[in-house]
Structures are given as structure tokens and as C-alpha cells.
Design a binder for this molecule. Structure first.
Ligand SMILES: [Zn+2]
Length: 348
């Protein structure tokens, strides 16, 4: 797109300047938190088999930690963009790693195998991320299981970059997901395949995907470095192991996982996960370091406001405060970061 955008009007500049007073901009602790556990980054540029650029790290280089917020950008969005441009492999705590690019792929390093919690936006993200994990850690454990936290495509789209579909079909690798299999398929496929063309077109406008990356154009997609947003390669495999009640447990890779069903929240089918062995809770996308919305412009189903607000608190109080912490499925991990942090849901 040739249009390079227009500079802020005096009105916009004034509104953004006033917004500065509403945020604790002198608190730069998040810069420390976001780098914690960083092990390795992706190659700067990665192309798919067709030669299209699918990861473009330098595209974010114009945003640095020290670049002051331009008149055109809300200061909170600017700070978040400075933080989430960090992509790569992170060790969160012993037994828990994350691949961050778009939505996070969390790798649970259980005794008998790896358990993936969510799969990222695209197969390239997943494949490159898993290769990075294997190379940096030397960990060659087999894949024990995949867990989808909810029905949004940036959480299952990379699944075929992590596992072979034949291994799922044969029952060797289970895919655990919230809701019945029929319900998960309906919402995942219904939202992103049946209405996929319309929704991806609207999504292009919502997130400004075709705008140039500059202060008058695209700043960030809000959930991660998002430098794999162009030419993504989506995939999908139906889940095999449904979770329909809070309190259901599975042993995966030798560790127990407890599931807390949270339907009709940020997605029609969603769940939270407690891993006792490492005292780790995730409230999926119901409690992330991002701005939540109830009615999405791209046309996804309107979120269930009541449960969206209350269920993270329910699970954080019940489990997170039993001595553990939380990790998130996009952006900052949370767990192992600031003292006293780690319990989501208080403001979610
Ligand atoms: Zn989501």
C-alpha cells in the first residue's frame, strides 16, 4: 500500500499526550520482565517454501526501547509494542518454556515427554520454534500431547508444525481441548474456515495488516511480535480428548494436568490449566497482558462478559494462591516475574 499515512492532528496529539498522565510510564519493570529467560531468537528473516517472507524480525526495528512515543500513537500501545517485539525462545521456570512470536506456544517439559499448550498462529512459527527449542536445550524428548486452550486460530493454527497428524489419528498423541469434539470443531472451523474469507478480510482492516509499519501505520497486532502475520500457514487437527467439566485431570508426559472448564468467555470453548508439579496456572486468553474486547471488529462471536470477568478470578483464587503462579498464552509469561505478581484475574 503506497499510502504512508498522515501525521497526527493537533487533537489526536493532545489526546495521546493527556493519556501519558494516566499510565505509570516511569515504571520500566516490564522491560526487565519481558527479557527474563530469553534463550535465543528466530533467524531475522524466514521464508516459506514458496519464497514468501513469513517471519520478518527487522520489520520491528524502528521501534526501540528508547524511542519516545510519537504523537500518532497511544502511549500504552507504544509501550506494549516496545515489549512484544521480542520474539524467540524463553525459559519461564524449570519445566516450562515459551516460544513467542504471535500467540505463545508453551512447552511443558514433563518427565516422559513434551506437552504443548497451544500451537501458535502458523506451522512455520511452530516448526521454527520447536527446532529452536531442540537446538538450544538439547532436549530430544518425544511429544506426549497437545492442548488447545480455546477455539481461536492463533492457538491451534501451528499444530501441524508440532505433530504429525498420523500420530494423532493413531492415538499416539492426544489433543486435549475444551468442550465436546463436535463443539470445538464447530467453533474453530465455523469461525475461521466457513466465515474465514470474510473474517480474514475484516481482520486485515481491524489490525491494519496492509499498512506500512510506521507511526502513521501499523504499530502492532497486540498479542506478540506479530512479524509472522503475513503469509501465515494455518493448520488444524480435531481434538481427540474433550474436557467438559471443571476438575477433570489427565496424566500427560508423566505429569498431572488439571483442567478448569471456562466456556463462553473470551472464546465459546475455553479452559484454564493447573500443573501441580510446577505450581503453574494458565487462565488461557482470559487473563493476558493485552487489551481485551467484548465485541470484536473482525466479527468473532461476542464474548460472554460475565464468565470472562469472573472465571479467571475463580481459578486464580482457588489454585494460583496455593503457592504457585500464572503463565499466559500471549505476550509476557507472568510466572516467575515480579514478586507478588502471578495471580491473574483480579482485574481481568
Ligand atoms: Zn483468543
Amino acid at each position: 500500500m503506497a499510502d504512508q499515512g498522515k501525521p497526527a492532528t493537533s487533537f489526536t496529539a493532545q489526546v495521546n499526550k493527556e493519556a501519558l498522565t494516566r499510565y505509570a510510564m516511569t515504571d520500566r519493570e516490564d522491560f526487565h520482565d519481558i527479557d527474563r529467560g530469553f534463550l535465543a531468537g528466530f533467524p531475522p528473516v524466514v521464508k516459506n517454501d514458496a519464497g514468501d517472507v513469513v517471519i520478518d524480525g527487522p520489520a520491528m526495528d524502528w521501534i526501540t526501547d528508547e524511542t519516545p512515543c510519537p504523537d500518532e500513537v497511544n502511549p500504552s500501545l507504544w509501550r506494549q509494542s516496545q515489549l512484544i517485539k521480542r520474539a524467540g525462545l524463553f525459559k519461564v521456570v524449570d519445566g516450562l518454556y515459551q516460544i513467542r512470536l504471535s500467540a505463545n506456544i508453551t512447552i511443558v517439559d514433563a518427565p516422559d515427554g513434551l506437552v504443548f499448550i497451544d500451537c501458535g498462529l502458523s506451522t512455520v512459527h511452530a516448526k521454527e520454534g520447536l527446532a529452536l527449542f531442540r537446538k538450544e536445550t538439547g532436549n530430544d524428548k518425544p511429544v506426549a500431547a497437545v492442548i488447545y486452550t480455546h477455539t481461536h486460530f492463533d492457538h491451534y493454527g501451528g499444530v501441524k508444525g508440532l505433530v504429525d497428524e498420523a500420530d494423532v489419528k493413531s492415538g499416539k498423541i492426544p489433543i486435549v481441548a475444551p468442550g465436546t469434539i463436535e463443539s470445538f470443531d464447530t467453533h474453530a472451523i465455523g469461525e475461521n474456515v466457513i466465515t474465514g474469507n470474510a473474517m480474514s478480510r475484516r481482520m486485515g482492516y481491524t489490525f491494519g495488516l496492509m499498512l506500512p509499519r510506521c507511526e502513521c501505520g501499523l504499530i502492532s497486532g497486540g498479542i506478540g511480535a506479530n512479524n509472522d502475520g503475513m503469509n501465515p500457514s494455518f493448520s488444524y487437527i480435531s481434538p481427540t480428548d474433550p474436557i467438559t467439566k471443571t476438575g477433570e485431570k489427565r496424566t500427560l508426559g508423566g505429569w498431572e494436568f488439571e483442567f478448569l472448564y471456562a466456556p463462553d468467555t473470551e472464546a465459546p470453548e475455553e479452559m484454564h490449566i493447573w500443573i501441580p508439579a510446577i505450581s503453574a496456572l494458565t487462565c488461557a486468553e482470559n487473563a493476558n497482558h493485552t487489551m481485551h474486547n467484548i465485541q470484536t471488529i473482525r466479527g468473532a462471536r461476542t464474548r460472554g462478559r460475565s464468565q470472562f470477568r469472573s472465571l479467571p478470578g475463580r481459578d486464580a483464587r482457588a489454585l494460583g494462591r496455593s503457592g504457585g503462579g500464572s503463565f499466559r498464552t500471549a505476550h509476557l509469561a507472568g510466572l516467575g516475574q515480579r514478586d507478588g505478581e502471578g495471580v491473574p484475574g483480579e482485574s481481568a
